[in-house]
Ligand binder design. Sequence first.
Ligand SMILES: *Cc1c(COP(=O)(O)O)cnc(C)c1O
Length: 220
Amino acid sequence: MICDSLKKIKKEIGKDVQLIAVSKTKPVEAIQTAYDCEQRDFGENKVQEMLEKYEHLPKDIHWHMIGHLQRNKVKYIAPFVHLIHGVDNAKLLKEIDKQAQKNNRIIKVLLQIKIAKEETKFGMNKIDLEAILNEYQNKTYPNIKIVGFMGMATNTQNHEQVAQEFSNLHKLLLSYQKKFPELTILSMGMSGDYKIAIAQGSNMVRIGSAIFGARDYQNI
Ligand SMILES: *Cc1c(COP(=O)(O)O)cnc(C)c1O
């Protein structure tokens, strides 16, 4: 069931789009099943849950932190996290840089940009983005590599609106790529909207329920 869904989605999205299997709230066994089906990249949104799963599962898994990360918890995942998707402020970036240094590694991050009209979504605006990329260029975060942007569209049935929001983020990334060629990843698209996201330039999708089935509780 999990393996069939994985294969189907991988075929749909093609080789140029990376699939992050969002395993939040799902047990270790479900992740192991996906692993046995060759999936290596998994997304979690809670530090404690990611830690427990990291300890119990094969060490060649790439763990993606996709949720809102609190500064005081960065230290727990800093030794092993593969990519942090939701970075939306300079203080968090500073803490990630500090913990990366302590662990003698470079941590890759995506800057989360606010593209949805909804007020509840996290993410920075263009002014904050400009400021952070300026600091980054001035080597303020030597142990961080910013590799792209992440965004979440409005939760609506209006496909044109969702497509427009994704398209805006794609354009924003393209506009910065001359100055920052290492900005290559565009993480956008979930179970409900990944096809729209890919049509608008996404090359990394974060898919949970379409692989593992519905979650018992909504854990956003
Ligand atoms: C839960 C979550 C997803 C996956 O959601 P599905 O609708 O189950 O595919 C993707 N991105 C983020 C940031 C999430 O919190």
